[in-house]
Design a protein around this ligand. Structure first.
Ligand SMILES: Nc1nc2c(c(=O)[nH]1)N[C@H]1C(S)=C(S)[C@@H](COP(=O)(O)O)O[C@H]1N2
Ligand SMILES: [Mo]
Length: 221
């Protein structure tokens, strides 16, 4: 019966083509996962071309972290008059917002130019009352990562903590809720998923990559 063989052949072909398509789509999404945003990201700002949220290479020490904005707390600790804890909404509603286009350069050789929106680190720590002995800010993150920068660097350069990039809320992959915009420093100072800011007098503190051989000042050449 040639009809039956023909029919079986068609079914077999459909199954093979179908499963190959499914495998291809799954593979593509694993290699190039498309990040979901709360809106359409802008790709140009005041005449300047911007990179995309998808142009970063994901190489975080433990992969993307999924932080719950309801239970999230940002702690201000160390050499301060009062240690404080803020919720996500506290940070968003109690500080003046700023926008700035800044390029992140990773030591691996790639870079991305992004419109960042956030708050001055200086404003966020102000209420805690910084002790004059503090010289260093140590940042800790949800994935166990840490890094540090001089307090003067933060103040003199109006360094921001971002909660939006290219007009969209930071997605989990890019550091939700907050990433440090460590302008003029290599990417490993741009800590994502920030949970704590410690004021310290320990200028020799070494963060995750710094303690593995990367320079502690991380200044771009
Ligand atoms: N919490 C945390 N922040 C981090 C990292 C990390 O592994 N964990 N990686 C750093 C590095 S090396 C770079 S280049 C930037 C951008 O990394 P991304 O492309 O993985 O977002 O995030 C920085 N912030
Ligand atoms: Mo990096």
């Amino acid at each position: 019966m040639p009809d039956k063989k023909f029919f079986l052949g068609i079914v077999l072909l459909a199954v093979v083509v179908g499963s190959m398509t499914v495998i291809a789509v799954l593979r593509y999404n694993t290699i190039y996962p498309v990040i979901e945003l709360d809106g359409v990201e802008i790709r140009e700002y005041e005449g300047q071309d911007l990179s995309s949220v998808n142009d970063f290479r994901e190489n975080s020490i433990k992969g993307p972290q999924y932080v719950d904005s309801e239970t999230y707390r940002l702690a201000i600790t160390g050499l301060v008059d009062n240690e404080l804890e803020y919720t996500y909404d506290d940070v968003i509603s109690n500080n003046q917002h700023f926008k700035e286009v800044v390029t992140l350069h990773c030591v691996e050789g790639w870079r991305v130019t992004i419109l960042w929106e956030g708050f001055l680190v200086e404003d966020i720590i102000e209420e805690a009352g910084v002790n004059p002995a503090a010289t260093t800010m140590i940042f800790y993150a949800y994935d166990g990562y840490s890094t540090s920068v001089p307090l003067d660097y933060i103040i003199d350069n109006n360094i921001l903590i971002a909660y939006k990039m290219n007009n969209a809320t930071l997605p989990p992959e890019r550091g939700f809720p907050f990433q440090l915009v460590a302008e003029s420093k290599f990417g490993y100072k741009w800590i994502k998923w920030i949970t704590e800011i410690e004021l310290s007098d320990n200028e020799d503190y070494r963060g995750y990559w710094e303690s593995r051989g990367y320079s502690n000042d991380a200044d771009l050449p």
